[in-house]
Design a protein around this ligand. Structure first.
Ligand SMILES: [Zn+2]
Length: 343
């Protein structure tokens, strides 16, 4: 007997649109306990089911699923919880959450080819507020990562809160498959893809995040930080560098008022430190212990750090062009494209 097919000829494989609808109805987590690491459960015995109907399936975590499979709990318990969660408002249901493994004290976030760990703990600071922050633990203490990720409209979609991830019920879809958490903002549009690499490491495989007028794009191989202007134009920067040391207030990606960045650079310049790369067309790129910055974009990379700079690229590209370059081109090609002139 082929166990992949039941007596109605139904395959175990659940079509992706059905799975998404089950996730949506389950509000992206176990309908009983809200754990975000889940399996799909038929609320009727699979042998008798003749279709994959989202109304008769739900998400359950391994633990709640196991209790039902071992007949410690009834299927009715899951069925009732599923009905309740569909009727509840997001606030009543509560967000899905999943534990993260930081037990060794290591806390690392891989973001494109930006090499800043372990010297820098503030990964993304926006006008003085840390949006992504690493907290390596002291010896024998667990580390943590705190982060707020937004989509390309600036809406919060997922947070890391020390040692757990929390999905936003405003997200269009949150899918957890093995070590990957994928947040989509509509069909086929990935806003965030994280790969858990325990202990202590999270790899950002896809980031398409707007924060105010700024934008951060990242894939596993590259990254770029840009700014939206009122007329719809965008300017970007993507230095490839390795941070070798940092002050306590060191920041991997900083978004800040231009005059504040410029003033910081000038202080180091007065002390004879720093390089002013280009000024003729006002695309000023400055390298100093103050950071690799473009003050008129309000962007500084490796602020308050010492670093080795390998490549730099800055230029005007549209958001779709830059997405294509960061997500699908090797980093070197992406930078050549970015530096290839104005659009
Ligand atoms: Zn559960």
């Amino acid at each position: 007997m082929n166990m992949r097919v039941n007596r109605h000829g139904l395959r175990r494989h659940i079509p992706s649109d059905v799975r998404r609808e089950v996730r949506r109805r389950s509000k992206f987590g176990c309908v009983i306990c809200r754990d975000g690491f889940c399996v799909y459960e038929h609320l009727e015995d699979f042998v008798g089911v003749d279709e994959h109907d989202p109304a008769k399936m739900c998400l359950l975590c391994e633990s709640c699923h196991g209790r039902i499979t071992r007949k410690q709990w009834s299927k009715d318990r899951a069925r009732l919880a599923y009905e309740q969660i569909q009727a509840q408002t997001p606030a009543e249901a509560g967000e899905p959450r999943g534990p993260l493994d930081f037990h060794t004290g290591q806390a690392e976030l891989a973001l494109g080819d930006l090499v800043y760990a372990p010297a820098v703990t503030s990964v993304l600071r926006y006008f003085g507020q840390d949006l992504i922050k690493l907290n390596p633990g002291r010896p024998s203490e667990p580390g943590t990562i705190s982060a707020v990720f937004t989509d390309d409209e600036g809406k919060a979609i997922l947070a890391l809160d020390e040692n757990e991830w929390i999905g936003s019920l405003d997200a269009w879809d949150i899918e957890v498959e093995g070590p990957r958490i994928v947040v989509k903002q509509k069909l086929g549009v990935v806003a965030l893809q994280l790969r858990l690499d325990p202990p202590g490491r999270i790899v950002v495989e896809r980031l398409d995040m707007r924060i105010g007028d700024h934008h951060v794009l990242a894939s596993e191989h590259g990254y770029a930080v840009g700014v939206h202007f009122e007329d719809g134009h965008m300017n970007w920067t993507s230095p490839r560098l390795m941070v070798t040391g940092a002050a306590a207030n060191g920041i991997a990606i900083e978004i800040e008022d231009g005059p504040i960045l410029r003033e910081r650079f000038n202080r180091f310049k007065a002390a004879g430190k720093g390089v002013w790369l280009a000024t003729a067309d006002e695309s000023i790129i400055m390298h100093s212990p103050a950071g690799a910055m473009i003050p008129q974009l309000g962007i500084s990379i490796a602020s308050w750090c010492s670093f080795d700079m390998f490549e730099d690229a800055a230029g005007a590209k549209t958001l779709p062009q830059m997405r294509d370059a960061v997500f699908f081109k090797p980093a070197r090609e992406m930078r050549l494209f970015l530096a290839s002139g104005l659009v």
